[in-house]
Design a binder for this molecule. Structure first.
Ligand code: ZN
Length: 328
């Protein structure tokens, strides 16, 4: 009976009211979303919290080296039936020459390439292949074979194009780039203006040299640490190091994705913000985008899901009651 009386005392007291108000406030805070802010959830289970998108993309890096690893990654990419292929550079080893470009690229990816002039098939009716130049593409001091082989927007070295809900900003991070590679270069000034003008839901940067990387071979490239997040980018896709890594810096994710077929590099000490690192096998990224959600996944060439990250716009959650991320 004593306990019963104690309970009565509790429910009549101001402590109960204060507790109830605190709980309600907590629930409201946990479910508060703003439409223009980006939220993220991580999962390694396919289908769990992943974005069901309208447009799909493969991202391959450091791939252009004819042989079994590239063939395996290409088979994986082709099994996804994606709308677009984006590269993070080093499309044509070892020296970016016209004599090797079709065996290194078209042999595996001709069906995505518009105005295709190679010998492995008919190519694509409309271009669906969006590369960036890597140091190996520039190796002889000219990018001419690359410029001749692809039909890309703008000056073709760096360009922007809207691909479904994703606005892609493809950069040339090589020191040969005539418009520069510093954060105050002509190229960077162009990027900042283009990002500012874009109203697309998702703004992705692709470039070869990784602003951040834990690989012991190349590592972070400080010159390419432009304020991408401040300028409005959603995420950055890089290569050059033949690893997979997801790093969070300046409020946005940076990916290193260079396991497309050339070789595999070792990992060093994790850089600040490094969340996931992988270098056990070759592989590629698959992106799925809708106006309010975007999933980035990395798969090994055997089809194992290694990492997945989903970003949401705040209005993705409207009219839904969501539990805090930690409990999902
Ligand atoms: Zn490279």
């Amino acid at each position: 009976m004593k306990a019963h009386n104690n309970n009565k005392w509790f429910f009549r007291s101001p402590i109960w009211a204060a507790t109830a108000v605190s709980l309600l406030t907590l629930i409201l805070l946990l479910n508060w979303r703003t439409p223009n802010k980006v939220y993220q959830a991580n999962t390694v289970l396919a289908g769990d919290a992943a974005c069901i998108g309208t447009t799909t993309y493969a991202v391959i890096g450091d791939f252009g080296n004819a042989g079994q690893p590239e063939a395996d990654v290409a088979a994986l990419v082709n099994s996804w039936n994606v709308d677009y292929v984006i590269t993070t550079g080093d499309n044509n080893y070892p020296n970016g020459e016209a004599s090797t470009i079709d065996a290194n690229i078209g042999q595996y990816y001709q069906q995505y390439i518009g105005n295709y002039t190679g010998s492995y098939g008919p190519g694509a009716a409309q271009n669906r292949f969006f590369p960036v130049p890597g140091n190996h593409d520039w190796n002889t001091g000219t990018l001419q074979p690359y410029l001749d082989y692809f039909s890309l927007p703008g000056n073709e070295r760096y360009y922007e194009i809207e691909l479904g809900p994703v606005h892609l900003f493809a950069l040339d991070s090589d020191p040969h780039e005539p418009d520069g590679r510093s954060a105050t270069s002509t190229q960077a000034t162009w990027l900042q203006a283009q990002l500012s003008a874009s109203t697309a839901p998702w703004k992705l940067i692709s470039l070869h040299h990784p602003p951040y990387s834990s690989s012991s071979v190349h590592g972070s490239d400080p010159t390419m640490q432009w304020p991408f997040g401040v300028w409005g980018a959603t995420a950055v896709l890089a290569g050059h190091d033949h690893t997979y890594e997801r790093i969070h810096q300046g409020g946005i994710p940076y990916f290193v994705n260079g396991l497309g077929g050339r070789s595999i590099y070792s990992l060093g000490n994790p850089v600040p913000g490094s969340a996931v690192r992988y270098n056990l096998d070759y592989g590629a990224m698959r992106l799925e985008a809708a106006p309010t959600c975007l999933t980035f996944s990395f798969y090994s060439r055997t089809g194992s899901l290694i990492d997945s990250l989903t970003l949401y716009k705040g209005d993705h959650f409207s009219n839904q009651l969501y539990l805090p991320l930690a409990t999902r």
